[in-house]
Ligand binder design. Structure first.
Ligand code: SAH
Length: 244
């Protein structure tokens, strides 16, 4: 059984060490004071994505502000497996869904990539980071996925680290089934999923020319981009990641 599992977990963007005090953001203070109705002396857990997880105690709290004191370390740092998700941004709530679920599924890097048919490329990275943090708080992970600056497909391909396989979710119908491909790889990997309108033939051609790209199929039905991303991430975790 997981220890301290029921204690609320908060992300703090600061160094954590015994005896340190932390002023919470207005939103976090509101959450503790008004939603969870916590008082002075109440215990919780905090993490910063790097230093594991720590026990903390509320030393001062009002409706708009709260201060914690960091106590002992509960868990040592642990990173999620090294898997990247490159995804064409989609509609707002579906994008939020991708960020939340990919964080839960233990993604290490989130790379928004603009493709020819991307229609929702204006991204609020600060908002996206908030959604990632919220998901990480819920899901007990000790690191945060890295949210990269938005890039575009050509640039991403030109700058690609050649020793990393790019598994490209290709809805074209003639790609190899994903599971045997995943069972067969031994290099670090990244996953690529297109936007609502899919990839253009030109993009599919460009991708298929690259030695590091492996096109994969997720079956005979066309999935929404968010479903495709999470299905592929699930398969990767089961075959190559920490579900084994
Ligand atoms: N081009 C399609 C929809 C694209 S679905 C159309 O307009 O009809 C969005 C993305 O999800 C695709 O670009 C692809 O990356 C992924 N995807 C969806 N279904 C898939 C499947 N059966 N196999 C592989 N990838 C799929």
């Amino acid at each position: 059984m997981r220890e301290n599992y029921t204690l609320t977990r908060l992300f703090l963007d600061m160094e954590l060490a015994e005896g340190r005090s932390a002023d919470l953001s207005k939103e976090q203070a509101h959450y503790l004071a008004n939603v969870l109705r916590r008082a002075e002396g109440s215990e919780l857990r905090v993490f910063n994505g790097k230093a594991g997880e720590w026990r903390a105690v509320v030393t001062d709290i009002s409706r708009k502000s709260a201060t914690l004191e960091v106590k002992t370390q509960l868990r040592a740092p642990k990173a999620c497996p090294d898997i990247w998700l490159c995804f064409a941004p989609v509609k707002k709530h579906r994008n939020a869904f991708i960020l939340e679920k990919a964080t839960e599924l233990g993604v290490a890097v989130l790379q928004p990539v603009i493709t020819a048919r991307t229609q929702h490329g204006k991204l609020r990275l600060d908002k996206m980071r908030g959604q990632i943090i919220e998901a990480a708080e819920q899901t007990e992970r000790l690191d945060l996925p890295i949210l990269q600056e938005t890039t575009n497909l050509e640039k991403m391909i030109a700058e690609w680290p050649q020793d990393r396989i790019l598994l490209f979710a290709d809805e074209g119908g003639d790609a190899a089934p994903a599971l045997p491909v995943l069972n067969d790889i031994s290099a670090p990997a990244a996953l690529l999923v297109g936007p609502e309108g899919g990839f253009t033939d030109k993009e599919r051609g460009l991708l298929r020319e690259q030695s590091f790209v492996k096109p994969v199929s997720l079956g005979p039905r066309i999935l929404r981009a968010d479903t495709a991303a999470l299905s592929l991430l699930t398969l990767w975790q089961a075959t190559q990641g920490d579900w084994r």
